[in-house]
Ligand binder design. Structure first.
Ligand code: NAD
Length: 291
């Protein structure tokens, strides 16, 4: 609902995701006419409650759009070999077009184990866009799978008609799954891009220069309205659960929405678009069968 006390337009990520999912469902129907049903496999180890919610949301959205979705559930203590088996089986299945491993892997905190499992995904089924080959293509500005959260952010910016060419963009956070791919996408859209991180000096001063701010940190309310250039577009990727159970982003919404021109809320902003973009990537993988 519009709030007259805020200067910012608040983006309804859920409505935008519904629109994208309707487009995805129409493409699924076109594929059905050619006897192709896009298939998505999610490998889930253990019973981490947050992972269970994410996986359930992905599976529900996939089924609502007519995709075939399967969750391969393994015990928390599953070995690397068992995880690799699950990935290899999905890779070899012609009815599966997208494969992803839900992180974190509870019994494998070692980054090397996580890399071995996630890098076993076949490049043509890498619908999360996390493989080095997908990330490399993105960095080169060539076609490939784009990680879902940054892809969703770009769709939000396009929908809100935020100009990017020549504008200053600051991405706070440099993770391989959000911050870095986000920066590449903004660069490809001709923005002048700065990536800020935990060692950045004078973060408020850096953010204040930005026409577009993307916060992907994991710190509740880190980006305050007092840091923003008036009229800036602010995309809040963070998902943080407070001790009282509330979900909040990395942006202090109340203060930021009084300065920004466009802002995404948490929940209901970037999160729903991430799932819709995962379905888009999976259907795109299936559409390759047509060529
Ligand atoms: P990450 O922990 O891998 O990376 C966090 C980044 O923030 C790091 O690059 C670090 O340098 C930077 N950072 C940490 N403290 C900082 C500080 N004080 N100032 C500036 N930079 C700082 O996290 P991630 O996987 O990129 O996720 C970031 C957030 O986005 C989390 O809250 C996560 O839950 C959320 N997330 C949301 C979605 C979605 O669909 N909305 C998807 C992925 C991640």
């Amino acid at each position: 609902m519009a709030r007259p006390d805020l200067t910012a337009r608040v983006v309804d990520g859920k409505a935008l995701a519904n629109t994208l999912q309707a487009e995805v469902a129409a493409r699924v129907a076109r594929l059905a006419a050619r006897d192709i049903t896009p298939g998505l496999v999610v490998v889930l180890a253990g019973d981490d409650p947050a992972s269970a919610v994410y996986v359930r949301n992905k599976a529900r959205a996939a089924e609502a759009c007519g995709l075939r979705s399967r969750v391969v559930r393994l015990p928390a203590e599953a070995s690397v070999d068992a995880l690799l088996d699950a990935v290899h089986t999905a890779n070899a299945d012609p009815q599966v077009h997208g494969v992803l491993v839900q992180l974190p892997l509870p019994s494998h905190p070692s980054p090397e184990h996580v890399r071995r499992v996630t890098r076993a995904i076949a490049p043509e089924k890498d619908v999360d866009g996390f493989l080095p080959v997908s990330q490399g293509l993105l960095a080169l500005g060539e076609p490939g799978f784009v990680p879902c959260t940054p892809a969703g952010c770009m769709r939000i910016l396009a929908h809100a008609q935020v100009p990017l060419r020549g504008r200053r963009a600051v991405v706070v956070g440099r993770s391989a799954i959000v911050g870095k791919p986000m920066a590449h996408l903004l660069l490809a859209a001709d923005a002048t891009v700065t990536i800020a991180h935990s060692h950045t000096e004078d973060l408020p001063g850096v953010v204040r220069e930005a026409d577009v701010v993307v916060a992907a940190v994991g710190r509740p309310g880190l980006v305050h309205g007092g840091w923003l250039k008036p009229g800036a577009a602010v995309l809040d990727v963070g998902i943080n659960r407070l001790p009282d159970g509330r979900l909040v982003g990395d942006v202090d919404f109340e203060s930021a929405a009084r300065v920004a021109g466009v802002i995404t809320p948490v929940p209901g902003g970037v999160g729903p678009m991430t799932i819709a973009c995962l379905l888009d990537n999976t259907v795109r993988a299936a559409e390759r069968e047509l060529s």
